[in-house]
Structure formats: C-alpha cells, structure tokens
Design a protein around this ligand. Structure first.
Ligand code: MN
Length: 231
C-alpha cells in the first residue's frame, strides 16, 4: 500500500517548557462570545454563541520570542485581527457534563482568529457559510501551549492585543459570555471532541483592520504573548 499522493504534514503546536508537540486534529471557533464584541458587530449580546471551523492546516504556530510573518491574504481589503483564548483538548468525549469539562483540557494558548471581514460580512448578508471570510490558509496563528495544570487562574486572566504598540483590544476572560467549560460542554453535544482539537473561544471588543507592515502583539496572563507581522 502506498499513499496515492504525498501525505499532508501533521500540523503541530509546541508545548511550553517541553520538547512535545501538540498535534492538531480540528479547529473549532466560537462566534460572538464577549458581549461588547457582539454589540460592535451589530448583535444583541443575549444571542446564544455559535460555532464555525477552520481547517487544521490554517494553524500557524508562533514560537516564544519569534515574530511570525503573516502573508496578507488574497481577495480581501479588510483583514481583521481577533485575539482569543484557545483551549486545547487532551481527552475525547461526547456530552461532557459541565463539571467535567475542564478535565478534557490539555492546555491553553494565545490565538489569533484572522478574518477577511469584507468577505465574512458579504457571506453573512447573503446567509451563506463563512469559510471564505474565516477559514482561509494560515488564518490561525497560535502561541505555544501551556499545560492546564501549570496555568494559574486562567478564568481571571486579562487578554489584550496591540497593533504597532497601540492598545486595540483589552478585556478579561471573566467577560466570556460562555466560559471555557460551558463552551466545551455545549460543543461536545454536537461533535465528539478528540485529543488534538483546538477551541478558539471568541474575541473581545476592539477588532479592526491591519495592513502590510503592521505588527500585532497579543497576550493573555499566564500564557505569554505572540507577535505577528503582516507582510
Ligand atoms: Mn473569532
């Protein structure tokens, strides 16, 4: 037996303080999970959150102290940043009860859900799927993962993003409409979660455009920072 075409590489994210690599299976993303961001996007903050997916190979790991060069994607003139807390699933499960949800988390990281906002809005208006706006190549930079047992009090952490040194997004994890545990429990009723899945938990308010030459630096307390330059 041979593969009919070249076997695609397994996408991995380095684990902080180890030589281990976390293999990525699926990437789930929560939409509108901070009230102030839901409002800035023109929605009521009581709307329930919802999910979309990005391909596993949209993930771009960004090493500690490294600046990722992010190619400005085609077919857009309104590329937006969205800084997000990412939960990495370490144990499979369906219908995970809320009180068990965090036991399925292997670790956490700082992610960017890069978005072709013009295409997303157009698809939204037409009632069509969001893939063109959200699931494009290399659209999901992520920093090293930090093992859950080594992360102190992620539920209280602050989350922020600067562009060229200027504050653009600043909030904190308690402002998630659906907590990490609630998100995992809910999602696991619709999909069997597996080790290797990443869950982007949504972005706070302050999203906006970047252009070639801009440098984004984002962070979450306890998880370090990531730096991404648009080229
Ligand atoms: Mn997002």
């Amino acid at each position: 037996m041979a593969y009919a075409v070249t076997l695609p590489p397994i996408v991995t994210v380095p684990v902080e303080g180890t030589i281990d690599l976390f293999p990525v299976r699926r990437v789930y993303c929560v939409g509108r999970n901070y009230a102030a961001h839901a409002r800035e996007m023109g929605f009521d903050d009581r709307d329930p959150p919802f999910f979309f997916c990005k391909p596993a190979d949209s993930i771009r790991p960004v090493g500690k102290g490294e600046t990722l060069e992010f190619l400005y994607p085609p077919k857009t003139s309104n590329l937006h940043y969205e800084i997000e807390l990412v939960a990495a699933i370490g144990m499979s499960g369906s219908d995970i009860p809320l009180e068990k949800a965090l036991t399925h988390v292997y670790g956490y990281g700082v992610g960017l859900d890069m978005t072709r906002r013009d295409l997303q809005m157009k698809m939204r208006e037409m009632g069509r799927p969001w893939e063109l706006g959200k699931a494009f190549d290399y659209s999901a930079p992520i920093g090293t993962l930090h093992k859950a047992e080594q992360v102190i009090d992620i539920a209280e952490a602050s989350i922020w993003l600067k562009v060229n040194g200027e504050d653009k997004q600043r909030s904190s994890i308690p402002y998630l409409i659906w907590s990490v545990a609630e998100t995992i429990s809910y999602l696991s009723r619709y999909f069997k979660l597996e080790a290797g899945d990443l869950v982007y938990t949504g972005t706070p308010e302050g999203v906006g455009p970047v252009v070639k030459g801009d440098v984004m630096e984002g962070g979450i307390d306890g998880l370090g920072t990531i730096t991404v330059k648009v080229v």
